[in-house]
Design a binder for this molecule. Structure first.
Ligand code: FAD
Length: 388
């Protein structure tokens, strides 16, 4: 991303709501798909895909028109993330984190950065998870200390997608003062004192560069604060969670679409020569494919309804936000496992390409809030207990 911004100076086109699907389709087909296998095999960042998303206007699609973006909202972000993830889960996750960070920056960030994001020259991300509080992202242990006009950040972040590639990070810490759980900051990347102790080497999403990150005396101006000191929890729950939940579900849907399409094509075109029949002539195989399609469509319908609930401010919005990610993550586990099953040894030897979706799909359930935490939250809501 940093390299792309150095060579491309022209502003990308604005994208109308009815154009989002076709622009995402073009970038996904022409660029994202072309590099996906190599990104996975080498565990490298999908630089070409991110540059193409920037040049097409898609990185700035949710930025306001007043700063040069396309002025669209969550629905467009979900469309892009889902379509891109169908070709490359890593690119889907990088884009998901970019839009999640952008949602906060659009509301509370500096205009100069918002303009850069709108122009597709600035990739951002989130650093919430910490070594100490693990998946309980709402409880950072890292600190922010006032020192004159500066704030000094110290942290052991455990996972930061695009850690070595993003131009900035939406960062959580304890507040400078008071006893509220957190404050958010917008931290330029790189900044002196920010270090990445180890490269990412995951079983899936191998190109998403989601490394740990340490902050040792990282100095930012007080103006880097996003919202009020102590206002982090409300931003996490009110802005980041709805966006992240729907987009993460979008990644899962994209992976399910890929696994279902590839498995169906393999089964329809792979034969037993001695029987004169294809895999698809087996009723068991057809039934598994049907289950995959149903699970995928269930997740798509719930995702569409969750976005509709958010857009309309419906009373069931929070329930939908909690449900949508748990449901999509669980369905994706089942669909990608079935894809491995129906494609047999050909899948195990990576000839069909469903193994990548199988591995990538395993991330959603362990990303915070994890599926089991979401079940606990939903259960608490059902019996009238407070979530926290
Ligand atoms: C590919 C990938 C990219 C990521 N990118 C980012 C990023 O950009 N920014 C970021 O901030 N974080 C990111 N994360 C981190 C993620 O959000 C989680 O914080 C992390 O995956 C949690 O891992 P852990 O080992 O700390 O889990 P742990 O917290 O140790 O959880 C272990 C198990 O305990 C369960 N568990 C924990 N608490 C409860 C509970 N209360 N009730 C029931 N079960 C519970 C969990 O569900 C899980 O099964 C990323 C993670 C992955 C896998």
């Amino acid at each position: 991303m940093r390299h792309a911004s150095e060579v491309r100076l022209s502003h990308p086109p604005s994208i109308a709501p009815e154009e989002v699907t076709s622009v995402a389709d073009r970038v996904a087909t022409e660029v994202v798909a072309a590099h996906a296998a190599d990104v996975d095999a080498r565990g490298r960042f999908p630089a070409e895909a991110v540059a193409a998303l920037g040049a097409s206007g898609l990185l700035g699609v949710v930025s306001a028109a007043s700063v040069g973006g396309s002025g669209q909202s969550l629905r467009a972000a979900v469309t892009v993330v889902s379509r891109v993830a169908r070709e490359c889960g890593s690119t889907g996750m990088v884009t998901c984190m970019h839009y999640a960070g952008t949602a906060v920056i659009e509301a509370l960030g500096a205009e100069a950065v918002r303009t850069e994001i709108a122009a597709g020259r600035h990739l951002t991300t989130l650093a919430f998870s910490e070594a100490g509080s693990r998946s309980h992202f709402w409880a950072p242990l890292s600190t922010a200390t006032a020192d004159g006009d500066s704030i000094v950040l110290d942290a052991r972040k455990s996972w930061v997608t695009s850690a070595r590639q993003a131009n900035s990070i939406v960062w959580s810490s304890k507040p400078v003062a008071g006893d509220k759980p957190s404050t958010l900051w917008h931290v330029p990347n790189p900044t002196a004192g920010l270090t990445v102790p180890a490269a990412f080497d995951g079983m899936g999403l191998r190109g998403n560069d989601s490394t740990p990150m340490n902050a040792d005396g990282v100095r930012v101006p007080a103006s880097a604060r996003l919202g009020e000191d102590g206002g982090g929890f409300d931003l996490m729950m009110g802005t980041v969670l709805p966006w992240f939940a729907c987009m993460s579900a979008g990644v899962s849907v994209g992976l399910m679409e890929a696994a279902t399409a590839r498995a169906a094509a393999h089964c329809a075109g792979t034969g037993f020569a001695h029987l004169g029949a294809n895999l698809a002539d087996l009723p068991t195989i057809r039934a598994y494919l049907a289950r995959m399609r149903i699970r995928t469509d269930q997740a798509k319908c719930l995702l569409d309804d969750a976005v509709a609930a958010i857009e309309a401010g419906r009373p069931d919005t929070m329930l939908r936000v909690l449900e949508v990610r748990a449901s999509a993550a669980e369905n994706a586990l089942e669909v990608t496992e079935l894809a491995m099953r129906v494609c047999g040894g050909a899948a195990f030897r990576k000839e069909v390409g469903v193994d990548r979706a199988f591995r990538d799909a395993r991330a959603a359930g362990v990303m915070a809030p994890t599926t089991d935490v979401l079940y606990d939250f939903i259960g608490k809501a059902l019996v009238g207990l407070p979530l926290f």
